[in-house]
Write a protein that binds this ligand. Sequence first.
Ligand code: KIV
Length: 303
Amino acid sequence: MKDKVTIHTLKRFKQIGQKICMVTAYDATFAHILEEAGADVLLVGDSLGMVIQGHDSTLPVTMDQMVYHTAAVARGARRAHVVADLPFMSYQVSTQEAVRNAGRLVAEGGAGSIKLEGGAEFADTVRAIVRASIPVMGHLGLTPQSVHKMGGYVVQGRGEDQARQILDDALALEQAGAYALVLEGVPMDLARTVTQSLSIPTIGIGAGVECDGQVLVCYDLLGMNPDFKPKFVKRYANLHGSITEAAGAYFAEVRKGSFPDEEHSFKANKNIRLAASAPAARVEPAAPADGGEKMGPVYGRPA
Ligand code: KIV
């Protein structure tokens, strides 16, 4: 196994011009697969509110849910850095609450850092969390927790004033101690300017190729939802098609009675004949003398 990715690895990647590969993960199996595929950073995004829970925004996601999913991802990851989102209203009310909730993601969830949305107005919050020895990733541009303020999911920083604000916010977050920054839904020229103005890495989503790294929601890049086709997502697979085909084949065999066949069934040790009779006194199952047929784990936990 290669060395564990840390926030220092990511800063070095920027210095040597190595692109950072970040992707969302919400469970141990996906974390394991995505890490094996080469992910440097696994983001337990509050996007889980939409792609896992089926809400139409990230706003209903709770701290307990974030801790639950972060712990699952951390169990599946060995090398990748795990960063977890602070959900809506877990850090906006007070700095104290922000530090405590960031601490939960690390202590209970096993995250290596946390991410929060917002600019200079959260500089003190970032500072306080960093002071508690918890690394912070910022998130600027299209910030989904501010969907109502933005009036929808709208590209940010197209005009000069907004672009200047985003650059100022980026500098403020770096000053406050953030170790990296997600830039979401901003023009590529602005992302380039921000990237060149910072010593910490920028990670883009819908922000062009000149960020120091890229992030996508794993379900989007894998093509799990054929109806979701935003401009910034490239589909690298059609898992919706593969899953539909595979599950359809399974259902067809079940209906036909051809699954499970002999290969997928167990046999008794001897030719035992059991006639239906009046129920006998209950006998507790004892360990078979030959040790029984070993199956290994019953469900496919990532190795
Ligand atoms: O919640 C999320 O998944 C995110 C990324 C898409 C950046 O914040």
